[in-house]
Write a protein that binds this ligand. Sequence first.
Ligand SMILES: *Cc1c(COP(=O)(O)O)cnc(C)c1O
Length: 412
Amino acid sequence: MAITDIEAARSLDALDAFRSIRDRFSLPEKMIYLDGNSLGALPADTLPRLSAVVAEEWGRGLIGSWNSHDWIGAPQRLGARIAPLIGARANEVIVADSTSVNLFKLIVAALGARPDRTTILSEPGNFPTDLYIAQGIVDMLPGRRLELVPASGVIDAIDEDVAVVVLTHVHYRSGYKHDMAAITAAAHAKGALVIWDLSHSAGAVKIELNAADADLAIGCGYKYLNGGVGAPAFLFVAERLQSELRSPLSGWMGHRAPFAFSDDYAPAPAIDRFLCGTPPIIGMAALERGIATFDGVDLDALFAKGQALCSMFVDLVETRCAEFDFELLTPRSADARGSHVSFAHANAYPICQALIAAGVVPDFRAPDTLRFGFTPLYTSFEDIWSAVDILREIMRTGSWDQQQFHMRARVT
Ligand SMILES: *Cc1c(COP(=O)(O)O)cnc(C)c1O
């Protein structure tokens, strides 16, 4: 359905089943926040919860809170809450460390399970940390190599020498979504494992790890899961692989009996072996509130709303900003993309800054990409209409071309 004015957008909001879910967040007034794919918004109960964790659990309970408030169970408890969002069983997901560190652990573990194979296969343009971590591992482990092939050639490039395929499910820049089941099946046919980076898909699109027979996955807590800046990350290991794979970061929390204080490492029998050190309890508490923003939500309907937001945004930019040379980088087909939309533009950086100054917050990805993330829990159809309206105004008046919008900060 084509939307031609703000009233039409408002009537879509009036029918939106998730309208009241927006109240689960504390969003700044008069800001249209389209960057929940990079840093999710603050849930309304995170601040009171953190204050209770610090004042009561830490301040009063002190060391006893490891047991009395089950701090020790946080990695598994939060993992079990993330599991339904990614189509996994509760005992296959834990929360620990950062996405980068979890990727390190799982790549090395996967290589260890395929000792006679040399290759880690990924795609050029994958998220930088994914490539850098793989490069670091190759430098550390003689005889292993990293091969990069474009997305369209990945399946053909999987051969008997590939130990592990490392792909980001939804590409951070283009929003392109890989066919998880097809790539996993192709890898299994050649005896390879696959690690899926779910950073840009968990909480944004339907993910069926078990149905796709997925092996391994990782993802961020601070993007669509709303866990707060630098939130701990999650990792998934299929049950059938848990006793076979070994974490290279053999810290005490992954030990079979951490409080036996024995001198020799022995990995925990199940997914707990992928823990390393003491869990960051304050960050865990914030992430738990972030995950709770999905409580009681019909995920299929939520993701359908995300797709409707994306489609409406693409249509509006292409019709209302047609003369301003935005080039769509994201697949048009809803099945082939995540919940963000990117446009390339020669002046993407100053346009992004001008949008932010006008109260619309997307982000910029070097060298030329404007990225707009749609979080169906709190983005409204009116937000989409207004964002495009403001973009059109900035382009029409040329107001983006002011000196202050060209100045680059450390984080762009
Ligand atoms: C955001 C993101 C990361 C971030 O990793 P950190 O260790 O949290 O910095 C990793 N991979 C992908 C694909 C991402 O989008």
